[in-house]
Ligand binder design. Structure first.
Ligand code: SAM
Length: 281
């Protein structure tokens, strides 16, 4: 019988964010594959987890992965973690998971912290479309070129290093215009967490306004283009008008929002107007 590969999300700064299930799986596994065994020791020691660890990082993922697959084939339960957050999301892990699928080994995710989704959840951007762009190239010319290829009207999530965040924000403003909104999420879940939502044209000044504002870890969430929001709403109204013939206002608004990506609350307001006869189609 083959084993199980657990893909376990770990905290991105606040150790209390380790889920009860993640701790249980790490404790019960035969082996924990860590991006950096020393980094993970803090989390494991805090939870009193003595499971054997094994290094699997960007530079040995293929060779270490082959050894782990052999262990899985021998029936072992292996938990895969990275230094922080969700494995395989701008982190090692995808090659091992891919190999596990190829070998018919069961893969079980243990979901939890991710800087990308934590930042998005705190952005307030309601677009139905979301692109995860990860890290842009470090060199400015290559970064600008990469931004040219992103023609996204929905929201876009970027990871960025502190020493490049100002340059990247300036490049985003040039590429997407000063009016488009961005959320700068810094040091999420940590003591000096800061989350601001502002126009791209104001973002550089915000970063330069305080001595600590370019320190720590960053996620940038680019908001949807105005046309996208307008487009979603127009589509939402169209779908809503059809659904209202058959459904109550709240249900029609909920479904129309899911189909179109337009905000449910706005569609519910329109639906109530329809039902009360105050709205002309
Ligand atoms: N796999 C991780 C995840 O699920 O979020 C991301 C790993 S990636 C190598 C590290 C990058 O994630 C950092 O450079 C930063 O852009 C972002 N990041 C990680 N922790 C963060 C935090 N606490 N606050 C803001 N950004 C963070």
């Amino acid at each position: 019988m083959t084993g199980i590969l657990y893909v376990v999300a770990t905290p991105i700064g606040n150790l209390a964010d380790a889920s009860a299930r993640a701790i249980e799986v790490l404790r019960a596994a035969d082996l924990i594959a860590c991006e950096d065994t020393r980094t993970s020791r803090t989390l494991l020691a805090r939870q009193g987890i003595a499971t054997r660890t094994f290094a699997l990082h960007a530079h040995n993922e293929r060779s270490a992965g082959a050894r782990l697959i052999a262990e899985l084939q021998a029936g072992k339960a292996i938990a895969l973690i990275t230094d922080a957050g969700t494995p395989a999301l701008s982190d090692p892990g995808a090659l091992l998971v891919e190999a596990a699928h190829r070998e018919g080994i069961r893969v079980v995710p243990i979901p939890g912290p991710s800087a990308a989704l934590a930042a998005f959840s705190a952005s307030g951007f309601a677009s139905g479309r979301l692109l995860f762009a990860g890290f842009l190239p470090a060199a400015r010319a290559a970064r600008r070129k990469a931004l040219e290829t992103i023609d996204e009207r929905g929201s876009v999530i970027f990871y960025e290093a502190p020493h490049r965040v100002a340059e990247t924000v300036a490049d985003l403003a040039e590429r997407f215009g000063a009016e488009r909104e961005v959320v700068i999420a810094r040091e999420l879940t940590k003591m000096f967490e800061e989350i601001v939502r502002l126009k791209l044209g104001q973002a550089l000044a915000w970063l330069e306004a305080g001595p600590h504002r370019q320190q720590g870890e960053f996620v940038l969430v680019l908001g949807p283009a105005q046309q996208a929001r307008d487009g979603d709403l127009a589509e939402g109204r169209r779908v809503l008008a059809l659904l209202l013939d058959a459904l109550p206002a709240s249900e029609a608004a909920r479904l129309a929002a899911r189909i179109s990506g337009a905000p449910r609350r706005e569609l519910y307001r329109v639906a109530l107007e329809h039902k009360s006869g105050r709205h002309s189609r």
